[in-house]
Design a protein around this ligand. Structure first.
Ligand code: CA
Length: 670
C-alpha cells in the first residue's frame, strides 16, 4: 500500500525537514533497554509444562491471564509473572500442557494497567486475534508437509510474480470455486468459469507464472472475524498479529488451528503445482497506536517518535516501527524466519521498506538465505512520509546498492510506460505521450549503468541506482492506484476497448522483456477492471473480485500474456544477471525522440546470457502512427507482431526493414 516516490522525498529535502540525526532525543531513552533474543518468547510447551516469557523491560508488574475460550468469558486463572532484569523479560510456568487454552498478558507501567494483549509473538489466535491460543503445531501439517518444497530459484530475474488478493481471485460466482475468499480456494483443482475456462490454481498453471504474491495474510485488524456473513473486504495493511494467519481467510476463525492448517494446505497445493508463495509483510507500522500489541507490551519501544514524543508517521497510517532498535530488528528477523520455516514461504514483499534501515534488510536477506537460498525479498523502496531515520540509512530505492539480495520496485518504468500513478488522465510512453523514452530505457536496463542511457533525463531517478538487474522489480500495475485497465480507460477516453487492450499488451510487453524481475497484478491478463476505483482497499467484492467470464471474452488478451511469460521463460536474454552483461549485450538503436517520439528499439546480441537465439530485436512503438525500423543484415523472424505472439511458427520473415504498427511491440530473432 501507499505509493510515494522519490519526488516526495526531494520535496522534503527542499524544505529542509529531512532528519539527519540517528534517533530523536525522545527515542534515545530506548537505546539502553536490555534485550532478549531467545526463541522461547511468550510461549513454549514442553514435557515440563507450558512456559510464558514476555519481554517488557520497564513494566512494574505483569500478569498472565488464562482462558478456556478465544473470545468472551472470564480468565479461569491469573498468574503473577517474575521479572528478570538482565534481559527485561517476565516469566511464568504451569506444569501442564495447556493445549486448547488461550492466554493474554496484562502489563502495569507508569503506575497504570494497560489493556490486555496476546503479546507480539502469538502464533495462533482466537477470533479477532484478541487472545493467543495454545495449539500443537504438529497437528496443523498437511499430508506430505515434511517433503514440501517451493520452486528452486537460481536467479531472481527468473521469477515471474503474480500479485493477488484471496477474495479477488475467488469471490465471484464466475470463479466456479467452492471455498470463496478462503486460503482453500487455491487448493481446488478443476474449477471453471461458466464458459468453461480454467480459474483458480488451474488458471495460474495455465498462465505460467512462477510465484504468486499474496496480499497481507497475517492476522489483520479490519475484518470482523465473528461476522463473516457481512462479507467485508480489506487489503489487510493493518497488522494486528504478525505471526498468525488472518482468520477471515479460514473456514473457521474461532478454531485457532484451522487457519494455520488451511494456509499450509494452500501453500502445499501451490508448491505441488510448481508455484512459489510470496507474503506481503507490513512490519513498518501497526494498525493501532497506543492500542497495538507492541505498545501494550513495551510502551514506546517498538515505534519511532519525534523529539516531542509524538509518534512519527512515515507510513502515513499513524505511526512507524523502529527497525534500527535491537529488539524490533530481531522481531522482524525472527518473524520472517518463522514464516519461512513453519509455512515454507518462498519470498517476502516488504511494504514501505524504506521505513526499515538497510542493515536490518541485509540481515533479513542473509538469514533467509541460510534457510532457503531461493527465497526472494523485495519491497517498496520509499516511505509515505518523513521519518526520524536518516535518509542514508533508509532501505530506499536509491539505496538498493547498499543492500545484498534485496530488490525494489521500479516506479521509473511504471510511471513512464502508462503515465503518472496519481494523475488518472496522464499518459505515458505506451499511450502516446512523448518525453518518457529515456525513463523507459532506465527500466529496460533495470536501473543499471548502461553507456547508452542518459540518467539525467530520467523522470524519477537520476542515476543508475541498481548494481545488478536482480535488484529491480518492473511493473506497470499493482493493487495500488488505478489498475492498468482503468488507467487506460481514464487516460484514453476517446479510444476503443481494442485500442486500450493493444496499449495494455504493449505496456506488459515492455515489463516482461525488460531486465529485472517482472511483476503483474491479478486479472490483468483477462483485462479485468475495478470500475475506475483507484483505492479499493476496502471496496466491496463487486469492485475487487475478478469476473472470470472475461477470460472467454478477452481470450486473445490472455493468450498474449501467456505467450509473453512463455517467451521470457524460454529466453535467458531477457533475464540477464549482471549489469556488465546488459551493458555488453543490449544495444539501443539511435533514435531521435524529438523527431520520432514514443519509439524504442534495441538488440539483444550474441546469444545474450546463453540464449538459443543469436540476436533478438525488440521494438516498442507507443505512438499512434506506423514506424519503420531498419534491420541489421540477414533474415529476421517475427515472434511478436501486431498484438500477436507465435513462438513456434512465427509471424513472418523480414529483411532490410520492418514497419511497426501503432501501439504495438515487435520482437524478431535471427
Ligand atoms: Ca483478523
Amino acid at each position: 500500500m501507499a505509493v510515494a516516490t522519490a519526488a516526495i522525498l526531494t520535496a522534503w529535502a527542499a524544505t529542509g525537514s529531512i532528519s539527519t540525526s540517528a534517533a530523536s532525543n525522545y527515542d534515545r531513552q530506548f537505546e539502553d533497554y536490555p534485550t532478549y533474543s531467545g526463541d522461547d518468547l511468550e510461549l513454549k510447551v514442553d514435557n515440563n509444562g507450558t512456559h510464558f516469557r514476555l519481554w517488557s523491560p520497564k513494566a512494574q508488574e505483569v500478569t498472565l491471564n488464562l482462558y478456556d475460550t478465544g473470545l468472551n468469558g472470564k480468565a479461569y486463572k491469573t498468574l503473577p509473572m517474575t521479572f528478570h532484569a538482565e534481559n527485561g523479560t517476565w516469566t511464568a510456568s504451569v506444569p501442564e500442557k495447556l493445549y486448547g487454552k488461550f492466554y493474554t498478558f496484562s502489563v502495569k507501567q507508569g503506575c497504570k494497567w494497560l489493556g490486555e494483549t496476546p503479546g507480539v509473538w502469538a502464533k495462533a489466535v482466537g477470533a479477532n486475534g484478541k487472545r493467543a491460543a495454545i495449539i500443537d503445531f504438529a497437528g496443523t501439517d498437511p499430508k506430505g508437509w515434511a517433503q514440501d518444497k517451493g520452486p528452486k530459484v537460481d536467479n531472481f530475474s527468473d521469477v515471474i510474480v503474480y500479485e493477488m488478493h484471496h477474495r479477488d481471485m475467488s469471490m465471484s460466482p464466475t470463479s466456479g470455486i467452492a471455498n470463496k475468499g478462503k486460503f482453500l480456494a487455491l487448493t481446488e483443482e478443476g474449477s471453471r468459469s461458466p464458459e468453461g475456462e480454467k480459474t483458480g490454481i488451474d488458471h495460474l498453471k495455465e498462465l505460467g507464472v512462477t510465484h504468486i504474491h499474496i496480499l497481507p495474510s497475517y492476522d489483520y485488524n479490519s475484518v470482523d472475524e465473528t461476522n463473516l456473513q457481512q462479507n467485508t473486504y480489506n487489503w489487510g495493511y493493518d497488522p494486528q498479529n504478525y505471526n498468525a494467519p488472518e482468520g477471515s481467510y479460514s473456514t473457521n476463525p474461532s478454531d485457532p488451528a484451522t487457519r494455520v492448517r488451511e494456509m499450509k494446505e494452500m501453500i502445499k497445493a501451490l508448491h505441488d503445482a510448481g508455484i512459489g508463495v510470496i507474503m506481503d509483510v507490513v512490519y513498518n507500522h501497526t494498525a493501532e497506536n497506543d492500542g497495538s500489541n507492541f505498545e501494550l507490551t513495551a510502551p514506546g519501544y517498538y515505534h519511532r517518535h519525534w523529539d516531542n514524543g509524538a509518534y512519527s508517521d512515515a507510513s502515513g497510517c499513524g505511526n512507524e516501527t523502529a527497525s534500527d532498535r535491537k529488539q524490533m530488528r530481531d522481531y522482524i528477523l525472527n518473524s520472517v524466519k518463522y514464516w519461512a520455516k513453519e509455512y515454507h514461504v518462498d519470498g517476502f514483499r516488504f511494504d514501505l521498506m524504506a521505513i526499515h534501515d538497510t542493515e536490518t534488510m541485509n540481515e533479513v536477506a542473509a538469514e533467509l538465505k541460510k534457510i532457503n537460498p531461493s527465497i526472494f525479498v523485495y519491497g517498496e523502496g520509499w516511505t509515505a512520509g518523513d521519518s526520524p531515520l536518516p535518509v542514508e540509512r533508509r532501505a530506499l530505492k536509491e539505496n538498493v546498492s547498499k543492500m545484498n539480495d534485496i530488490a525494489v520496485f521500479s516506479d521509473d518504468l511504471r510511471d513512464a510506460v502508462k503515465g503518472h500513478y496519481s494523475n488518472a488522465e496522464d499518459r505515458g510512453f505506451a499511450t502516446g505521450k512523448p518525453g518518457n523514452e529515456e525513463t523507459v530505457k532506465i527500466g529496460i536496463v533495470a536501473a543499471t549503468a548502461h553507456p547508452q542511457v542518459d540518467y539525467s533525463k530520467g523522470n524519477n531517478s537520476k542515476f543508475p541506482y541498481a548494481k545488478s538487474p536482480e535488484m529491480i522489480v518492473n511493473y506497470v500495475s499493482c493493487h495500488d492506484d488505478l489498475m492498468l485497465t482503468d488507467k487506460l480507460r481514464k487516460s484514453m477516453p476517446e479510444a476503443s476497448e481494442d485500442e486500450r487492450k493493444a496499449a495494455a499488451r504493449l505496456a506488459q510487453t515492455i515489463v516482461f522483456t525488460s531486465q529485472g524481475t517482472p511483476f503483474m497484478f491479478c486479472g490483468e491478463e483477462i483485462f479485468r477492471d475495478k470500475k475506475g476505483e483507484h483505492n479499493s482497499y476496502k471496496s466491496p467484492d463487486s469492485i475487487n473480485a475478478i469476473d472470470w467470464s472475461l477470460k472467454a471474452k478477452n481470450h486473445d488478451q490472455f493468450e498474449y500474456y501467456k505467450g509473453l511469460i512463455a517467451l521470457r521463460k524460454a529466453h535467458p536474454a531477457f533475464r540477464m544477471t549482471t549489469a556488465e552483461q546488459i551493458a555488453k549485450h543490449l544495444v539501443f538503436d539511435k533514435i531521435d525522440s524529438k523527431k520520432t517520439p514514443n519509439l524504442i528499439s534495441y538488440t539483444l546480441k550474441d546469444n545474450a546470457n546463453g540464449d538459443s537465439w543469436k540476436d533478438i530485436k525488440v521494438i516498442f512503438n507507443g505512438s499512434e502512427e506506423e514506424r519503420p525500423i531498419k534491420l541489421p543484415k540477414g533474415e529476421w523472424n517475427a515472434v511478436i507482431k501486431d498484438g500477436k505472439i507465435d513462438l513456434d511458427a512465427g509471424l513472418g520473415t523480414f529483411k532490410g526493414s520492418v514497419t511497426v504498427a501503432p501501439r504495438t511491440a515487435m520482437i524478431l530473432k535471427r
